[in-house]
Design a protein around this ligand. Sequence first.
Ligand code: ADP
Length: 569
Amino acid sequence: MAAAATVDGSALAGRALAAAGARHMFGVVGIPVTSLASRAAAAGVRFLAFRNEQSAGYAAAAYGFLTGTPGLLLTVSGPGCVHGLAGLSHATANAWPLLMVSGSCDQADAGRGDFQELDQIAATKPFAKLAVKATTIADIPRLVFQALNAAVSGRPGGCYLDIPSDVLHQTIPESEAADLIAAAAAADSAAANPSPPKQNSSIEKAAELLRRAERPLVVIGKGAAYARAEEAIRKLVDTTGIPFLPTPMGKGVVPDSHLLSATAARSLAIGQCDVALVVGARLNWLLHFGEPPKWSKDVKFILVDVCEEEIELRKPHVGIVGDAKRVIELINREIKDDPFCLGRSHPWVEAITKKAKDNVLKMEAQLAKDVVPFNFLTPLRIIRDAILAEGSPAPIVVSEGANTMDVGRAVLVQNEPRTRLDAGTWGTMGVGLGYCIAAAVAEPERLVVAVEGDSGYGFSAMEVETLVRYQLPVVVIVFNNNGVYGGDRRSPDEITGPHKDDPAPTSFVPAAGYHKMMEAFGGKGYLVETPEELKSALSESFHARKPAVINCIIDPYAGAESGRMQHKN
Ligand code: ADP
């Protein structure tokens, strides 16, 4: 009699992930998870094999933001798990859903110095909403569903699932595997019933406050982008005529080109608004903690956040706990019964639009110049225009670096939601290439354009090989100014001491051939130093939709130290 077919822990994990709806997984294989990666792929979960877990983790984090489903990160045990902490913590810091799955050492040998031994639950706990371990094969489906669920419920964030190597090798009969997955799926759908926001009185209060405000403002955070609240927020802005200010990754929820955008009048908008409806954004350092001197001391905040603790922490005038899309729809409904619109000639709207227009004109005058050797503005204008010429669906812009990201945020235009990915809440550098890979697989109809400082690029530059291997439509533009902030810019009297012959801590090899790294793997590389060369490289690479690196030489004296954050360095 033939033996009954069996399933091992690796295959069961792959099948459970597929049954839970996972479509992509990012990671690095090795002991003991190589089989898990191929079993998951066989079950329908595409595995994107990276060169380093750190980049794979950043990819999984961005995937969570772009898709609203947890990005999956697979790592090997011990050091692989430690490398993966970068992505796990980054996801949690940004409130993006991610599930990190790591193999770990054999349970019987734990505590005896086993191969790559680490207490991975203890290591991941500080960065994860949930950290669980499968101690036997039968645990796997239940924990997969539980952890995926935890990653997206409440405030999204990173979760961790540990699967020891002995559990990956255990087997159970096929029929039992199918039953376990079905039971886990059934328990999951019974639990998934999000409750609507309860506080009708808060919705009324918020609508009333906006109605009575003299200088209202809508602040749009990346939580609103994550919640896919674009239609509701656009409707609110259009019907009420209230100006809006996006945070960096809230850009595009309402198009940057919208007349009521206060981006170019940011200081005025936050300094003088009397009521601010903040949707899916924390009043943290990025928003100056919602305090004077940047904000008026009398401003009344209406905070909309899925996380109750966030609202308790900030103690706003009105707090509404709930999903941004749902809450703004309710506010729209409330306003509909007694509509109001500030109108173009309202003094507040006029002040904002005038200031924004003046600032845009000033900026455009700077942008119009063709400065060679390149400053930051000239190549960014050329890149902006090339991206805008792509139309819809708009490319996803990935941005990191100090000056490159700071200046890029002001110059590059986002007219569609979730088309900007940057260093985020933690100011994390090294995210770029991972983000690119996630964006390319999550949104295959969009081109991906990364605008990277040379330092940011260097953190994960080896992933250009991954781009070529999967032939992803990603164009990486490296702003090469010889190092961090601009390389070695010391004057001779600053170069003293016993190590004076060492390169400056801020410097890299001058005029490094970053484009040649791409060529080494068979992708396309460009070296550009003039507007014509950059335009031609962008036109060719955007059209080709194949991996490319454009090495864009920037004047090392063009950037400021620490970008716009000198006071913190
Ligand atoms: P930004 O960096 O754009 O200012 P933050 O990361 O500081 O944004 O804030 C995003 C906020 O959005 C977090 O407090 C998070 O809890 C919240 N959030 C996440 N998902 C939702 C959602 N579906 N609805 C409302 N708020 C959300």
